[in-house]
Design a protein around this ligand. Structure first.
Ligand code: S3P
Length: 441
């Protein structure tokens, strides 16, 4: 176990600012590359702890995956494996749920499993709608959880009703239908990240988006020769927040960021707080808007109110960070409609509250979210992360603005989504160090 040690001491900025590629897009392009014929060349894949298990799973499924000098070459899944592989997707719910959908569509038998942190998280969000379309799926341990055995399914066209706003659930159903070559009408009232739709559109499929969902008319899978993944807005959010927490006056600009509006909720929330946020030089890259993000200025708002479902899903992974922003505002901020946070890498309603309280913040939790009372001075502290990367990175970003030494427990979890987090934060001038001795000295 390692810890992160953070302080407000400035460190020299360096050119080694390796912000990672988007994790969600990385998962999706790997899956699509492995389901299409011919070799795909992928650049900018986020080689984090949540993506590596998917690469290993694809190899077990017979697809070659060669990683060379930042470029990845991905072959095709063997649909006729003699024995059904047991695929362990480690801690990654996206990898497990999306791969499950894809294999159902391809008619490949396998067992999908995860580590002890993933097993208790719900997989029925995906299994039940797929069963409704004819998928043969069996829970092997506990109802609604991994591991799940995929039988040799034949998917039929139809309507899939989703009970949660999860983009992973919708993506799993869309990938299943696409791989099986059947039309599907996904009924889901909430709009969450739409990378799968954009990718399938770029592959010639027809997608009709309505207020109550999206329908897919698939096109025969063509080849998928090349894709370059833009920077992950959910990772970019940490140096941006640290910059603002520190009250730095000069603008911070980061280029090559995925600026898909289903992902920019945190930056829009900063704008609501009075920060000048601008998006510039936007180009269309493989159907995704990619450009420069610039932030500048100081807080000029009393409090935050985050309870619109579309906004919530556009910043679902940045809610802990937005809660940290709320500690900087004078008033009482409220985060509602956030029940899905219970099913993240930790119960993020409780873990966000516990982490912020460690700094002295006043946070009250409820079943569907929490409130943060601003205007309370925070102090450097030893903060728990619960092994949840988003909680650890939020605590570290906050720690870089507080006088004295902040220690973040289980700091190694940052690798789940952000390889070399500490080094990258230092590259931006923020004092974050990983200490593998666990602070024993
Ligand atoms: C993801 C969707 C979100 C997000 C997760 C990645 C994806 O989860 O929290 O980090 O890649 O589709 P849900 O779809 O479960 O909300």
């Amino acid at each position: 176990m390692s810890i992160l040690i953070c302080s407000s001491e400035p460190v020299p900025t360096s050119v080694a600012k390796a912000l990672p590629g988007d994790k969600s897009i990385s998962h999706r392009v790997l899956l699509i590359a492995a389901a299409t014929d011919g070799e795909s060349r992928l650049r900018g894949i986020n080689l984090c702890g949540a993506v590596f298990p998917l690469i290993e799973a694809l190899r077990q499924l017979g697809a070659t995956v060669d990683i060379d000098d930042g470029e990845m070459r991905v072959g095709t899944i063997d649909r006729n494996l003699r024995t059904a592989p047991v695929l362990n997707l480690g801690p990654s719910s996206a990898a497990a749920r999306l791969l499950l959908g894809l294999l159902v569509g391809l008619g490949v038998e396998a067992v999908i499993d995860g580590d002890e942190t993933l097993r208790p998280r719900p997989v029925d969000w995906v299994v039940e709608p797929l069963r409704g379309l004819g998928a043969e799926l069996e829970y092997l341990r506990a109802e609604g959880q991994l591991p799940v055995r995929i039988g040799r399914s034949r998917l039929r066209e139809g309507i899939a009703h989703l009970t949660v706003g999860s983009a992973q659930a919708r993506s799993a159903v869309l990938l299943a239908a696409w791989a099986a070559g059947v039309a599907v009408d996904v009924r889901q009232a909430i709009h969450s990240r739409d990378h799968t739709q954009r990718l399938l559109c770029s592959l010639g499929c027809r997608l009709d988006v309505r207020s109550n969902g999206v329908s897919l008319t698939p096109a025969a899978p063509p080849s998928f020769p090349f894709y370059e993944v833009p920077l992950d807005p959910s990772a970019v959010a940490y140096p941006v927040a640290a910059h603002l927490f520190r009250g730095m006056v000069e603008p911070l600009r980061i280029d090559g960021v995925c600026l898909n509006p289903t992902r920019t909720g945190f930056f829009e929330t900063l704008r609501d707080c009075g920060i000048a946020v601008s998006y510039s030089g936007i180009v269309d890259r493989f159907g995704e808007p990619v450009g420069s993000l610039t932030v500048e200025g100081d807080w000029d708002a009393d409090s935050l109110e985050v309870d619109n479902p579309d906004r919530f899903h556009a910043m679902i992974d940045e809610i802990p960070l937005a809660a940290a922003v709320a500690t900087r505002l004078p008033g009482l901020s409220r985060f509602g409609g956030a029940e899905e946070l219970i099913f993240k890498e930790s119960n993020r309603i409780e873990s966000t509250a516990a982490m912020l309280r460690a700094f002295g913040a006043e946070v009250a939790t409820a079943a569907d979210g929490f409130t943060v009372r601003g205007g309370v001075e925070l102090t450097a502290s030893r903060a728990p992360s619960f092994g949840d990367h988003r909680i650890a990175m939020t605590a570290a970003a906050l720690g870089t603005s507080l006088a004295g030494r902040t220690v973040v427990e289980q700091g190694e979890c940052t690798e789940t989504s952000f390889p070399h987090f500490a080094e990258t934060m230092r590259g931006y001038g923020f004092d974050v160090r990983a200490d593998v001795s666990g602070g024993a000295a």
